[in-house]
Design a protein around this ligand. Structure first.
Ligand SMILES: NC(=O)c1ccc[n+]([C@@H]2O[C@H](COP(=O)([O-])OP(=O)(O)OC[C@H]3O[C@@H](n4cnc5c(N)ncnc54)[C@H](OP(=O)(O)O)[C@@H]3O)[C@@H](O)[C@H]2O)c1
Length: 274
């Protein structure tokens, strides 16, 4: 279970458009600073997003923010080049590279990025526990959506899981999260806007161009989410209020949306830059 004042109820994802070459350091920095002003102090990123670009952008954006005021979460196992390797040596190298890009000496949460249950070896878990002792990570967890979450519930070293949390979840998916919760792990919801947020947009600026390109890819792969019938605000409220939810990560490129999301999460800070 994560117990940190900077582990906020609403988190911000530095991925997707924030990892893209068509995004910009300035735009990401503006949103990250607005987050901090609002009290959105949990930031999620990973080496696989934009070949490390997302971590570099987040590190740049947090340069002037006191380190103890934010909770930085990154991932390991799917590496900056996009290849998978959950061996202890590869995970250690990945963590060290992430710390360099994030310009910090520790991450608050290191998530194994979608490991298969058999990749969660005792050797790997012992290695990760040693990172904790060395102060390189404060908490450990798994980001996933399948049987790896069943494995997570059985590993006492795991403090948190990050997983989809939306009204489309099956009974089995809910049960997996309940078991993690019973094991004392914090639950961090993602994909909370699935089927609620607009996926196709006319590409008028860098962000909408990124969403447009993603939409085309999803159509080509047959992976478009059917409309959920909820508005983005309803979907976010549902996830924030869900009894399993300790925090919810949302991705936005809009100061107006960030402002609305922070209000829904009951965060009182002001980013009237929005
Ligand atoms: N999805 C995954 O596979 C995955 C895996 C690991 C981690 N994560 C973490 O989860 C984060 C969130 O990603 P997600 O896929 O779960 O996306 P999400 O946060 O559920 O949805 C993002 C979409 O919602 C829109 N949006 C946000 N607030 C809105 C509002 N108030 N009104 C209308 N639209 C709004 C955004 O558009 P605008 O930019 O226009 O606001 C964007 O299109 C990622 O950044 C990452 O940190 C996700």
């Amino acid at each position: 279970m994560i117990d940190s004042p900077a582990f906020s109820r609403l988190g911000f994802g530095v991925t997707g458009p924030h990892a893209s070459i068509i995004g910009s350091n300035t735009k990401t920095r503006e949103l990250v600073h607005a987050c901090v002003a609002h009290g959105v102090t949990l930031f999620d990123t990973g080496p696989a997003y934009g070949v490390g670009r997302a971590e570099t952008r987040l590190g740049e954006a947090l340069r002037e923010v006191p380190r103890d005021k934010v909770f930085v979460c990154t991932k390991a196992g799917v590496h900056a080049g996009g290849f998978r390797d959950f061996s202890p040596g590869a995970v250690e190298m990945s963590l060290k590279d992430s710390l360099e890009r994030l310009k910090t000496d520790h991450v608050d949460l290191l998530l194994l990025h979608g490991p298969a249950p058999e990749e969660l070896t005792d050797k790997l878990i012992r290695h990760l526990e040693a990172f904790k002792v060395r102060g390189m990570i404060r908490h450990l967890g798994i980001c996933g959506r399948g049987p790896e979450l069943e494995a997570a519930a059985r590993i006492s070293a795991m403090d948190a899981v990050m997983a989809p949390l939306n009204s489309e979840l099956t009974t089995q998916e809910i049960e997996r999260l309940e078991n993690c919760k019973k094991a004392g792990q914090s639950i961090i919801g993602i994909e909370v806007m699935k089927g609620a947020a607009k996926s196709a947009r006319i590409p008028l600026n860098a962000s909408s161009a990124w969403y447009f390109a993603r939409h085309i890819k999803q159509v080509a792969l047959g992976r478009t989410a059917p409309p959920s019938g909820r508005s983005p605000q309803e979907a976010l409220s549902w996830a924030l209020d869900h009894p399993l939810s300790d925090s919810v990560i949302s991705l936005t490129t809009s100061l107006t949306h960030l402002d609305a999301n922070a209000r829904l999460a009951g965060l009182e800070g002001s980013a009237s830059s929005a």
